[in-house]
Design a protein around this ligand. Sequence first.
Ligand code: C2E
Ligand code: MG
Ligand code: MG
Length: 655
Amino acid sequence: MTNGLTHAPTAPLSGPDVSAWSAVLSAMPIPAALVTCSGDVIATNRWLDFVPGERLLHATSCAGEVDAPLRFGVNDSRWRVRPVDDNGQVLLATGEREDAGDHLLRKFFSSGDSLFVVYDQAGLVIESNSAWETLLGYTSDEVFGLDSWSLLPDDDLKTRAAVEHDLRTHGRAETNFKMRTANGTYRLIRWALHFDMSVGRCFGIGRDVTEEGKITAELERRAFHDELTGLGNRAQLIERLDGILASGGSPSLLFCDLDRFKIVNDSLGHQAGDTLLTKLAERLASVDLGDDALLARFGGDEFVVLLEHGGDARAQQAAGRLLDNLVDPFTVATRLIHISMSIGISSADLSPHRTAQGLLGDADTAAYEAKKQGRKRWIVFDEQLRSAAERRLDVETGLRRALTEGLIQPHFQPIVSLPDGRITGAEALVRWQAADRLIGPGEFLDVAEDAGLMPALGRSVITGAIRAAALLVARDATFQMSINVSDPELKVPGFCELLDQEVRAAGLDPSSFLIEITESAVLATDSALPVLRNLRAAGFRLGLDDFGTGFSSLAHLRELPIDVVKVDRSFVADLVGDPVTHAVTASLVRLCHALGLDVIMEGIETAQQAAASEEIGGSVAQGHLFHRAMPFADLESLLDAERSACAENGALTGH
Ligand code: C2E
Ligand code: MG
Ligand code: MG
C-alpha cells in the first residue's frame, strides 16, 4: 500500500508552538488541513468535505478539488501533524522523531503565500515567514522585534482594540487589517490570531485579501451609494438612521420631493433629467448643513437629509437653506430650468415613532402635504398630519371595498351646444356611493392613484359609461360619451384592445366615445403616445382635458393625435372681466379651429360666461349653468324632457 498514511508515525508531536499552531489552523481558511488519528481522518478544517472515520485517500481527492498547494494534518489530542504532498502522500517519514514534525511544520509555514507570525507578550514579532518579504517587502531581520501594530494605519486602531479584547477574553480573533508595505502602500490582510496563555505567545496566519477587499469595497460602495449622483442611497440612509435611533439619538429628517420634476424629465428626455438630478445633487450637497448631516438620494426625484442631532428649529433652518439654494436656475442642455422642492420634516423628539420606517413615513407625509399646499415650501409633521394620513388610509380601505361591492359608478354631466343648450353628449365622472352620501373624485382620486387603484376604478367607470352609451346612442346616433382616462390606465397592457372589444360588444362604434386625457398623463410615460395612436386608429376620438393648466404647450395641440380640446375652467372663470384672459382664450379657440380641433368650454357657471364663450367661437360647453353630473336615470329623464320639448317646439313651429 503506497498510501503514506499506513506508514505514518504514531509518536505524537509536541511543543508549545505546534499545539498553538494547531488551534490557529483549525480556525484558518487555508485551503486544506487534515486532522488524522492513526491514519484515519477525524477532522478537517472547513475547506474540506469530510466524513469522520474515512481514510485520508478520500480526503485527498477532496483536497484535489480545492486548489490546495499546502496540506497538512493536525490531531488535536495526540499531535499528529501530517503534511501531505499534492498527491496526498504523507511527507513525514515513518519513525521520525517528534521535533522533526516541528521542523517540517516550520518548513511548511515558511513556504506558501500566507503570512505566519509569532508575537511575544509585548506584542513584538519573534518569528515570521518569508511571505512577509514577498507580500509586504520586509526582510525577516526587519520583521524581528517589530511591533506589527505599527504597520496599521491610525484608522484601524479601533479594530486593534476589538482584536485585543477578543484575544484576552476568547484566546482567538479573526479580522481584516490594512498593513503598510515597505513601499508605503497598503494591503488588506485577513488574520486569524490565537493567543496561548500558557506560553504567552500569540500566533497568527494572515491571508492577503486585498483584491477581495477591493471587490467587497466596490460592492459596498454600490450597495450604499446612488450610482447617478454619488450620494448615499436609501440603504445607507436607513442604516445610519437605525444606528442613531438605536443609540438613543434624536435625529431629524428632511424629505425633499422635487416639484414637477416628472414633467421636466418627460419633456426634455431622461438624459436631461439625469443631468438635472446630478447638478441638483451637487447644489444640495454644497449647502453646509453641519458635519452630522447626511444627504441621500431616496428614490427617483426624492432626496432625504438626515440630521443626526436634529430638532425642529434646526431642521426648519436647514429646509430654508436648501430651498434658498434652488432659487437660481440650472442649465441643462442650454436651457434654463427652475426647480423647487416640497420638504417634509419629521423629528424623533416630536414623534412617538422610534423607527426609521416611522420617521421616514412621517416626513414623506409632510412632504406630500407641502406639495398639496402649493409646493416650494416645508411642512413639519404633526399630529394633525398623522390623522390626515390615517384618513387617507381609511379612504384607501373603503375604496377597495367599494370597488369590489360595485359602489364606484359613473355619473354623467351633459355637454351642450351653444346657444340653444341642446345636449350633444355627456362626460362620465366617477362617483362613490357610500352608505350615507355620494362622494366626488376630489376626495379619493389622489388616494386611488397612490394606491395603484386607478385601473380598477377606471374599469368600473368605463363599463358603466359603455352601458349608458349603448342606450343613449340608440336614441341619438350622434350622442358622444366622454370618458376620462388616466396615465396608469393607459399603461395597462392591452388597454386599447380591451376598450375596443367592450365597445363593439355593446354594439357601438368607437367614434361615439371621446377619450379625455390630460397633458401630464401623456407626458408622464413614453408609452402613452403609442396607446393614444392605437385608440385613434381604432376610431375613438381623443380630447385634451383641462387645457391651460400646468405645463400646457401649444406644440402639443399640433403634435398629439387629438380631435378635441377642453379649455380649462380657469380660463372660463376669467373670460368675463379680464381682457387679457379673454384675448388669450379667443386666440386659443381660433388656433384650435385652425388646426381642425373641436373646442369644449369647461365649467360655465354664468350666462355671461356662456355668452362670452360663444362669442369667441366656443360653441360646445359644459358647466353648472346647464347641468351638474347626475345618475344615468336622471340623464335619461332629462333627454326625454328635451325630446318632448323639441317635439312640442317642432309642432308649434310646424317643423
Ligand atoms: P374633469 O375631467 O375636468 O371634469 C370636470 C370636472 O369639473 C368635474 O368634477 C365636474 O363636476 C366639474 N364641473 C363641471 N362643470 C363645472 C362648473 O360649472 N363649475 C365647477 N366648479 N365645476 C364644474 P369632478 O366630477 O369632481 O371631477 C374632477 C376631476 O376628476 C375630473 O375633471 C377628472 O379629471 C377627474 N375624474 C373624474 N372622473 C374620472 C374618471 O372616471 N377617471 C379619471 N381618470 N378621472 C376622473
Ligand atoms: Mg374630463
Ligand atoms: Mg376638465
